[in-house]
Ligand binder design. Structure first.
Ligand SMILES: CC(C)(COP(=O)(O)OP(=O)(O)OC[C@H]1O[C@@H](n2cnc3c(N)ncnc32)[C@H](O)[C@@H]1OP(=O)(O)O)[C@@H](O)C(=O)NCCC(=O)NCCS
Length: 162
């Protein structure tokens, strides 16, 4: 194989052709599998099913038929609440989270939402940093909001003016 072809192949492995598409009910199995891989306390299949049925925004990040990430959000009046935002562990720290979040913010603005609200574990340095980079600021704290391996964990409440 020529050096150029090898480089191109490596590049396509590192930078797959990914697209963001609305999630369908038929994606439930893939969502459940990824959710279990990504979290110590995953959403149940029932919660994911309800989100698929009811949430205003449900986006999947796909590379061909592989689900690389997803995001659920609910519009309430002129607010949009981010409920679940996940990148497959194998694809984390390569820019896909920022990519999906950026796509989501464009969708939220197109829906004329004025503010984004979200909660994040106080220990989730990666997500907090990404949200700060996107312009979110902390506006509150919910003590003991999340289950944790030892007891409970606080949630930071963050907001972004859209
Ligand atoms: C949080 C999550 C969605 C981020 O997605 P990602 O694809 O890993 O993030 P990206 O590669 O796009 O990185 C974007 C930014 O996130 C932050 N980040 C990513 N990896 C990081 C790390 N190891 N340490 C600190 N910050 C990190 C950085 O700010 C980074 O920007 P930078 O590279 O310019 O510094 C992803 O890690 C994930 O799915 N985690 C498990 C589920 C979860 O915690 N979801 C959020 C719930 S609120």
């Amino acid at each position: 194989m020529s050096a150029a072809k090898h480089a191109a192949q490596q590049d396509s492995i590192q930078t797959p052709l990914a697209q963001v598409l609305p999630l369908q009910c038929s994606d439930l199995e893939a969502l459940c599998a990824l959710e279990r891989q990504a979290y110590d306390f995953p959403w149940s299949a029932r919660s994911l099913q309800e989100s698929l049925a009811q949430d205003s925004v449900k986006l999947g990040l796909w590379c061909d038929t592989q689900l690389m990430g997803y995001l659920f959000a609910q519009v309430i009046l002129d607010e949009i609440h981010l409920l679940n935002f996940t990148i497959h562990p194998a694809w984390q720290q390569r820019g896909w989270g920022r990519h999906l979040l950026g796509h989501f913010l464009a969708v939220a603005r197109s829906l004329a939402c004025a503010h984004l609200y979200l909660e994040v574990r106080s220990s989730n340095v990666r997500a907090i940093r990404l949200y700060h980079q996107a312009g979110c600021r902390q506006v509150g704290l919910r003590p003991g909001y999340y289950p944790a391996v030892h007891g409970r964990e606080d949630a930071l409440v963050m907001v972004l003016a859209l």
